[in-house]
Write a protein that binds this ligand. Structure first.
Ligand code: RP5
Length: 167
């Protein structure tokens, strides 16, 4: 198991799904758990102590302490994934996570940015895995080709409408 993916509630699963998808795409062994910094603090600590993961992803909403609590219990990298809750469009989760006081850092991706959390975990693992580095490079090339195909398609449609698309 390389990545531990923790979420504070099962209601976070939708936001976390993008990270799970990425880890599957890159063939990264991972474990997904619902463990809360507030509601199950003892179980959370026990899990981190026994967990062999090299990277943690911690997703939570509201007063989102999960990532900071995980980071307090380990020196391995922790990626915080703020989840949009019912009240403040996720701004509460984002600020709770990104504003860690000095000494115990977490990396923080955007609100609901599950895929980026997964990709960042893969990039950290790739530091010591050339196969993963190559896989990331291949994925970036495919992504760029997708954008260039859209560029050509948009330009073609605009040309059809008589819009000027070259300077
Ligand atoms: C947080 O409280 C969880 O991460 C979740 O985003 C939020 C709400 O939890 P539920 O009331 O949906 O279980 O701890």
């Amino acid at each position: 198991m390389k990545v531990a993916l923790l979420m504070g509630s099962d209601s976070d699963l939708e936001a976390v799904q993008g990270a799970i998808d990425v880890l599957r795409e890159f063939g990264i062994p991972h474990e997904v758990r619902v463990l809360s910094a507030h509601r199950t603090p003892k179980e959370l600590r026990a899990f981190i102590e026994g967990c062999p993961a090299q990277v943690f992803i911690a997703a939570a909403g509201g007063a989102a302490h999960l990532a900071g609590v995980v980071a307090a219990e380990t020196t391995r990298p922790v990626i915080a994934l703020p989840v949009q809750g019912k009240s403040l469009n996720g701004l509460d989760s984002l600020l709770s996570m990104v504003q860690m006081p000095p000494g115990v850092p977490v990396a923080c991706v955007g609100v609901g940015a599950g895929r980026n959390a997964g990709l960042l975990a893969v990039e950290i693992l790739a530091l010591s895995d050339q196969r993963l580095t190559s896989a990331i490079e291949k994925s970036r090339r495919a992504q760029a080709e997708g954008v260039l195909r859209k560029d050509a398609e948009v330009r073609r449609r605009l040309e059809e409408r008589g819009a000027v698309v070259t300077s």
